[in-house]
Design a protein around this ligand. Structure first.
Ligand SMILES: Cc1ncc(COP(=O)(O)O)c(C=O)c1O
Length: 387
């Protein structure tokens, strides 16, 4: 059997290997504290789960769900964008539910990229951006995100011929893995470039509602002209603690939404109807629990940042996301440290290189575990580093 080149060049998803290693350690009796994953540890509120359960008991809800999401879910997404960002969307043309946003991030490449086309991808960044370009036969031009620029790309430093060749640019704020946030002026500059050079903007915004200290993250679509040049991906995974449900969305430019729908309608057949019913209730129901949940994250973040600094890591408290992006102490790389801490301390942090070039001296530390486990992890790291 001959496997396609695109698979031969494709590593397994970076987190898959580590998950196997951790499972093996746990099977051998080690208790690993996993600070590596961005999966919310708290559940959605009971009224969301109950809505899903009620819908699952209705025999009519077990048929194929259709390609464009239920009208109720599309309307609930549009209402969320109006309420949350002041952005008006047509639920029948500018909104597409996704089976988690990750599949949309990958499938949109099939709608945009011809073999050899160039896509601008921030680094460090969410791995799917770059691998989905490769799967579609395109080429990546990395936009380095550096601490001295607040982890925003230096858009003036990109050569003009690169912009001319580009078919799409990824932007992701609040940013995984650095936790950086972007002002609306940044999006204005992106929209202007997209207009000038005729490329699509793909804004990935799943952390918009995981924010701290009163910070409110904007949507790229708040900027004038944004919907002429791009779409935004969003997700219920982090906002509503629903990562396992696999419900996300693409919103914005109607032509690109339609193209993505055409790709997807040949690949999948939609989201299980009871999950869509639960998603509607999450989007339309009481929202005050979201800020209470964020207060829990904020406490964890503060314990983690203070503890890491005391151990010689260099890091800032992020205003959003689930992650601290920490420069490792002298004498280590992100990979050597992550490896040593897993072996010696049974604590897993994600090496920065998982997110691409530029992450060599960093680890990403997620605060998706209880604060007591964060304290225990810090103690274990302290012991391991003084060995
Ligand atoms: C930046 C970013 N985009 C997209 C996703 C995927 O989210 P979803 O659960 O909606 O597929 C994640 C998940 O960690 C993420 O960090």
């Amino acid at each position: 059997m001959r496997l396609a080149q695109r698979v031969q060049n494709l590593p397994p998803y970076v987190f898959a290997d580590v998950a196997r290693r951790i499972r093996e350690m746990e099977a051998a009796g080690r208790r690993v504290i996993n600070l590596g994953i961005g999966s919310p540890d708290m559940p959605p509120p009971p009224f969301v789960v109950e809505a899903m359960q009620r819908a699952a008991r209705d025999p009519a809800n077990h048929r194929y769900p259709g390609y464009t999401g239920t009208p109720e879910l599309r309307r609930a997404i549009a209402a969320y964008y109006r309420r949350r960002f002041g952005v008006e969307l047509d639920p029948d043309g500018e909104v597409l539910p996704l089976i988690g946003s990750k599949e949309g991030l990958a499938h949109v490449m099939w709608a945009l990229v011809e073999p050899g086309d160039l896509v601008l991808v921030p680094t460090p960044g969410y791995p799917t951006y770059r691998y989905s370009v490769f799967m579609a036969g395109g080429e990546v031009f990395f936009l380095p995100l550096q601490p001295q620029n607040g982890f925003l790309p230096d858009l003036d430093a990109v050569p003009e011929e690169v912009y001319r060749r580009a078919v799409a640019m990824w932007v992701n704020y609040p940013h995984n893995p650095t936790g950086a946030v972007a002002p609306l002026d940044f999006y204005r500059q992106v929209v202007e470039l997209a207009r000038r050079y005729d490329f699509a903007v793909l804004s990935d915004n799943p952390y918009a509602d995981v924010t701290f200290n009163g910070y409110r993250a904007p949507s790229f679509l708040e900027v004038e002209g944004a919907r002429e040049v791009g779409i935004e991906f969003n997700s219920l995974s982090k906002t509503y603690n629903m990562a396992g449900w696999r419900v996300g969305m693409a919103v914005g430019n109607a032509d690109l939404i339609n193209a993505l729908m055409r790709v997807k309608s040949n690949v999948d057949t939609g989201i299980f109807l009871p999950l869509q019913a639960g998603a509607v209730v999450a989007l339309e129901g009481p929202q005050d629990w979201v800020s209470e949940r964020n207060a829990v994250y904020q406490e964890r973040r503060d314990v983690l940042v203070a503890g890491l600094r005391a151990l010689g890591f260099d890091c800032q408290a992020p205003r959003a996301t689930l992650y601290v992006w920490a420069r490792v102490p002298d004498g280590w790389t992100g990979e050597s440290l992550a490896d040593a801490l897993l072996e010696r301390a049974g604590v897993w942090m994600t090496p920065g290189t998982f997110f691409g070039p530029g992450g060599e001296d960093f680890v990403r530390v997620a605060f998706t575990v209880d604060v007591s486990l964060i304290r225990e992890a810090l103690e274990r790291v302290e012991r391991a580093l003084s060995e």
